[in-house]
Structure formats: structure tokens, C-alpha cells
Design a protein around this ligand. Structure first.
Ligand code: NAD
Length: 306
């Protein structure tokens, strides 16, 4: 607070907060604070790209953001085309615009083309959600180079490609589309404390957390906020795979591993559903998070405390 009272150099206007100089009776110029609050409906035609959105967490985010007023480019790989088409029609039935875009986010040129196509069909890009990811259950000492490479290609380079392509587009758009732009990535609680048998997955999510911090610093001056979400144990196809593969290694039946992890680790006492994550992402994609950047926010029902 003290530093804010140093003088006129610090008097400026930011979205949602207006400062104006005034001469106080003691003759010293001090800032008088007038507050206004972010209004999420201020820009009803926001657009967003969501990767890996044919199912699971990405699908829940897509439907949540469509309900919040976004028009959405729904991405996934070719193999999940049916799921993408289904999500696109669900968004359209909510009265929003939506378009499918099939590509592998580990290709930087494909991601650049996706951004271009989204802008040309839906309009200027307000928000990028780099959600796509893969998991693999394997002891670190059994991993092949190809295992580690693919994990990093999708979970790290995929996010890096989306972050950088979106930021370049947002900078080119300048202030035409939005008072603040949002870039959001999928991390995980394992970006704070790895799970055994998910070592390279954990490392890839730790890298997303670091990238998110660095990116937030580098693009803050362009009005871009960069944050990540860190889910815990969410009942999706990804955890079905983890449950099955951990069960094979540890001799547990299907469903036992996720039940044991949920019972032993989650303070709130239930496995997460994708909508739990979508609620946090809805906040990060809204103007209410205008003063939040560089954070990886945990949404895990109380497993990991930051
Ligand atoms: N499920 C969890 O418990 C959990 C926990 C923490 C973090 N996460 C992260 O949340 C994100 C979503 O996870 P989910 O549980 O919904 O998983 P999911 O497997 O159900 O969905 C992931 C989607 O990403 C897509 N995808 C994979 N590789 C891709 C690529 N190269 N290009 C484009 N799309 C690709 C898949 O086809 C799939 O539709 C992932 O990044 C995941 O690591 C999940």
C-alpha cells in the first residue's frame, strides 16, 4: 500500500480499478481510489480454443465456457473426431458458435494453423486453453527414449505450442478484442509432488508449471494473463488407464487403485468429476481473474496443499 502512495508516476488505470489524483487538505498529492468491478458479460462474443476437448476435462471446460458466453474452437486428434463433432453440436445447441479442428498439438505448424482458422471463422482470439495431454504408467527405469519423447511432445511441447501461437495472435490483435487475454494450461497436482510410476508424466506437468510462470512474466505487458490448473484424481478415460496399468503392476483389480487413492488422499472424500475442474477454468477464463497471473491453481478436493 505504501508504495502505491509514492506519487503520480504510479497513478494509472487498469481494467476494473481506476485511480485519480487529488489534492488533499494537507497539500500533498495522494491517489484517491475509486473501484469498479469486473463484469463477465462485458464482452459477450469472446472466443476460445480448447485442445483435447472431445471428452473428459476438455469437454466439460468447453460446455462450461459456452454457457459463460464463449464461442469455441473444439480441438482433438483425428481418432476422436466423433467426440469433437458431438461437443460442437452441444455447444451450438446452447446458442453459441463452435467449430471442430482436428490436429495433433505436438506439431507447432498445426497449432499455428488452428489459431489462424479459429480467428478466421470465429473472430479474434480471447482465450487459449491448452488442455490436451496423455498419461503413461511405467517405472522410470523401464522407460524408453520414445516414451519420454512422446510424453514431452504432447504434454510440454503441445502446451508450449498453444501458449506461444496464442500469445503471438493476441499481441497482433492488440487491444481490439478484449481488455485482457487469457492463456490457460493443463498441469496437475503432480506438478507439485510427483506420483510414483508416473515419473515422466509428472516431469512434463512440472515443466508446464514452470512455462506458465515464465510466460506470465514475458507477456504481462501485452495484457495477457497466463495460468494453469492442477487437477487431482478426476474420473476420466485418463484415470481409467492409470487405474488399469497401476493395477497390473501392483496386482489390484480394476477400480481398486482409483478407489484407494481417492479414499486415502482426498480430504473431501470423493473422486473429482470434470465439472469440478471446469469451474476453476471458468474463473481463470473470466474477467474476474484479471489480477491473477503465473499461477498453477490446484483443484483436487484437498490432496496437495499449496
Ligand atoms: N484425469 C485426471 O485425473 C487429471 C489430473 C490432472 C491433470 N489432468 C490433465 O487434464 C488434461 C485432460 O485430461 P483428461 O483426464 O480429460 O484426459 P482424457 O484422456 O480423457 O482426455 C484428453 C484428451 O486429449 C486428447 N489428446 C491427446 N493427445 C493429443 C494431441 N497430441 N493433440 C490433441 N489432442 C490430444 C485426447 O484425444 C483426449 O481426447 C490432460 O492434460 C491431463 O494430463 C488430468
Amino acid at each position: 500500500m505504501a508504495s502505491l502512495c509514492r506519487g503520480p508516476r504510479l497513478l494509472r488505470t487498469v481494467a476494473g480499478l481506476h485511480l485519480s489524483p487529488s489534492t488533499a487538505s494537507i497539500g500533498v498529492q495522494v491517489p484517491i481510489w475509486r473501484r469498479s468491478y469486473a463484469n463477465t458479460s462485458a464482452n459477450p462474443d469472446r472466443t476460445c480454443i480448447i485442445t483435447g476437448a472431445s471428452r473428459g476435462i476438455g469437454k466439460a471446460i468447453a460446455l462450461r465456457l459456452a454457457n459463460d458466453g464463449y464461442n469455441i474452437c473444439v480441438n482433438d486428434i483425428e481418432a476422436n473426431k466423433d467426440g469433437v463433432d458431438e461437443v460442437v453440436s452441444q455447444i451450438q445447441s446452447l446458442g453459441r458458435k463452435a467449430m471442430p479442428y482436428l490436429c495433433d498439438v505436438s506439431s507447432s505448424s498445426a497449432v499455428t494453423s488452428m489459431v489462424r482458422s479459429s480467428v478466421s471463422s470465429l473472430g479474434p482470439l480471447n482465450t487459449m486453453i491448452a488442455n490436451a495431454g496423455i498419461a503413461q504408467v511405467k517405472p522410470l527405469l523401464s522407460l524408453t527414449d520414445a516414451d519420454v519423447q512422446r510424453m514431452m511432445d504432447v504434454n510440454f511441447f503441445g502446451v508450449y505450442n498453444c501458449y506461444t501461437a496464442a500469445a503471438k495472435q493476441m499481441i497482433a490483435q492488440a487491444a481490439s478484442a478484449s481488455p485482457t487475454y487469457k492463456i490457460i494450461g493443463a498441469a496437475s497436482i503432480v506438478a507439485f509432488r510427483p506420483f510414483a510410476l508416473l515419473g515422466h508424466y509428472s516431469a512434463s506437468k512440472w515443466a508446464v508449471r514452470g512455462l506458465t510462470q515464465a510466460m506470465a512474466m514475458e507477456v504481462a505487458g501485452h495484457g495477457i494473463r497466463v495460468n494453469a490448473y492442477a487437477p487431482g484424481i478426476v474420473g476420466t478415460a485418463m484415470w481409467e488407464l492409470i487405474d488399469e496399468k497401476m493395477g497390473e503392476i501392483k496386482g489390484a483389480k480394476r477400480g481398486e487403485t482409483i478407489r484407494k487413492y481417492s479414499d486415502d488422499l482426498i480430504a473431501l472424500g470423493r473422486t473429482s468429476v470434470p465439472e469440478d475442474v471446469a469451474k476453476l477454468v471458468g474463473f481463470l477464463a473470466s474477467e474476474d481473474s484479471e489480477y491473477v497471473t503465473g499461477q498453477t491453481m490446484i483443484v483436487d478436493g484437498g490432496i496437495q496443499f499449496s
